[in-house]
Design a protein around this ligand. Structure first.
Ligand code: ADP
Length: 484
């Protein structure tokens, strides 16, 4: 199969969250299966310096964007014979400090930046010499692509246009812009109505993908069910219900070539399920790195997260206030809302021998925290998939999660399987409910045999991309059969 993927972030070139990890791994997996894969993404500041092998193609894209004409260059990196990354170079749009925002504020021209990106993706889909059969786009930044493809195949002479698939990584981010932004699409006004891309008078990019792509996937089975409801549907539940037959939930995989406990350049000590004593050495090294008392007998809790409402960082603060009287340590690595950044800094200042708040983004430290902690806390309000709870299982760190979305699909509580438990789950979104789970964790920590069983079960759980990639391949087959 010949597949063109499109995403506004891709690991290892750019990343703000799980989207980048997922798309990078999906591309590698599909190419490994023997598919021809292209992946389109913006060329952000600094990428060419870090990847000097990226080369300019003899291909300049010139497209209308509302009343203007915009041009972009196409740069490429051939990973292997079956996988090519295509970078869209438009310095004014993409060479900035952030991907989507700076100082907590979205760039005011995000509509221009990503409508243009989506147009470029459709252009590549149409004119790449290897003729993709399927275009798989991710999140709102690329969600207008299925509409551009549909429109050009119906009324602009694009014969045998590819089928399309949209993956929703987070329904809360929809790319909603004032109606005037619709002009940037240069599409007939007929698409701007409630059956098309209009959402309460605004342009909704994600809705375009939901309405016009052949297949829709989201990143866990439970989230696929949740988004059909008023509670999680963010206003799009009705539109999704209309496409119910075409919506599939596929749990993301873990790229074990990166997220590994042996031969991992970020870790101080390699360990495995057969040498868990060395995980303790990693814990001691982490405590030292963080400036915490170095003591294996003190349970170490952690979280690595965007500091956003979604992530349950408010109830985590409440639960910590209650639980920190116990002998325990806690480290947070994260950034985002300035309110929560100061709240966690403040907590760390009040409890310097128990709490560390590292505000920022640090890939290496994220591996060491996953590996050196005893428990990893993810109390999300909602969680489309979540990756850290799966990484922590591979690293022998017991996840504490709320029963929502992918967290529920990827962690086994003792109440579900007495011998197969991999983590601790709680349902009620409240600080006391989370505190209760932390209390349970403290008692598991004291019971060496049970703790070992949780760790071993987690480490042996297989979240490999092979299974995820096979599920995507099957869904692509369905998409190809939609129309031809
Ligand atoms: P989301 O995509 O909603 O942010 P996920 O759990 O799916 O959440 O993915 C988050 C990814 O980003 C993980 O790989 C996580 O380790 C990483 N991450 C989040 N915050 C940081 C940070 N401050 N430093 C390093 N990595 C981070």
């Amino acid at each position: 199969m010949k597949i063109l993927l499109a995403s506004s972030e891709v690991h290892p070139y750019s990343k703000t969250g799980g989207l980048a990890d997922m798309v990078g791994a999906l591309a590698k997996t599909l190419a490994g299966f023997g598919h021809r894969v292209g992946l389109v993404t913006p060329l952000y500041a600094g990428v060419r310096e870090r990847f000097p092998k990226i080369k300019k193609l003899d291909w300049e894209i010139e497209l209308p964007l509302g009343t203007r004409q915009e041009t972009a260059e196409v740069w490429t990196l051939a990973i292997n014979a079956r996988l090519t990354i295509y970078f869209i170079r438009h310095p004014d749009f993409y060479e900035r400090k952030g991907l989507y925002q700076e100082g907590g504020k979205d760039y005011p021209d995000n509509a221009e930046r990503f409508v243009f990106f989506s147009k470029c993706v459709a252009q590549l889909g149409r004119y790449l010499p290897w003729k993709p059969e399927l275009i798989h786009v991710h999140d709102w930044q690329a969600a207008l692509v299925p509409l551009f493809v549909r429109h050009q195949s119906l009324s602009d002479g694009w014969h045998h246009a590819p089928n399309t698939c949209l993956t929703i990584h987070n329904l809360a981010y929809q790319g909603n812009f004032p109606a005037a932004a619709f002009d940037l699409t240069n599409l007939p006004a007929g698409y701007f109505n409630p059956k098309g891309v209009e959402f309460y008078g605004a342009l909704n990019c994600l809705k375009a993908g939901i309405v016009f792509s052949d297949i829709i996937t989201t990143v866990s089975p439970r989230y696929a069910r949740e988004i059909m409801t008023g509670q999680f549907g963010c206003g799009l539940e009705g539109v999704l219900q209309q496409r119910r037959e075409s919506v599939f939930g596929i749990l993301n995989g873990v790229d074990y070539s990166e997220w590994r406990t042996t031969r991992n350049p970020f870790l101080d000590h390699a360990f495995s399920v057969r040498s868990l004593n060395r995980k303790t050495r990693q814990k001691l090294a982490l405590q030292k790195e963080l400036g915490l008392p170095v003591n294996a007998a003190i349970p170490l809790f952690s979280t690595i997260t965007r500091l956003a409402d979604q992530k349950g960082v408010d109830i985590l603060l409440g639960a910590l206030e209650e639980m920190l009287v116990n002998r325990m340590q806690f480290v947070l690595l994260g950034s985002g809302s300035s309110y929560f950044e100061s709240a966690y800094r403040d907590l760390a200042m009040r409890c310097p021998d128990k709490v560390v708040a590292r505000i920022g983004f640090d890939q290496g430290l994220s591996h060491r925290i996953e590996a050196g902690s005893d428990f990893f806390v993810m109390p999300s309000r909602y969680e489309p998939c979540g990756l850290n709870q799966m990484y922590s299982q591979r690293y022998g760190t017991v996840p504490i999660v709320r029963t929502t979305g992918g967290l529920d699909d990827s962690v086994v509580d003792e109440s579900e399987d007495n011998n197969g438990a991999t983590g601790i789950k709680f349902a009620e979104y409240s600080a006391p409910a989370l505190a209760k789970s932390i209390r349970r964790a403290l008692s598991i920590f004291e019971d060496t045999k049970t703790l070992l069983a949780y760790r071993v079960n987690g480490m042996n759980t297989d979240f490999s991309w092979k299974r995820t990639g096979e599920q995507y391949s099957r869904v692509y087959e369905l998409a190809l059969n939609q129309h031809s």
